[in-house]
Design a protein around this ligand. Structure first.
Ligand SMILES: [Zn+2]
Length: 67
């Protein structure tokens, strides 16, 4: 992977517009600081990186905030 190129984790397409990309996770490398995992804004929901139990809790919190 070329440094500086953001690839969508969901569809593997390059994210050409920075405004269209969101960081969905940060993976730790075996050496070094690791890297950010990107996805298109509209594909972020398709990326399954978050622990399902954690996601349930977070969804509950987000839903509560919207009330
Ligand atoms: Zn995508």
């Amino acid at each position: 992977m070329t440094a500086g190129v953001r690839v969508c984790r969901a569809c593997d397409e390059e994210i050409t517009d920075p405004a269209d990309g969101v960081i969905v996770a940060h993976e730790l490398g075996n050496s070094g600081p690791g890297w950010d995992v990107w996805a298109h804004r509209e594909h972020a929901d398709d990326v399954e990186l978050i622990d399902p139990d954690l996601l349930r809790i977070m969804t509950r919190i987000w839903a509560a905030r919207m009330l």
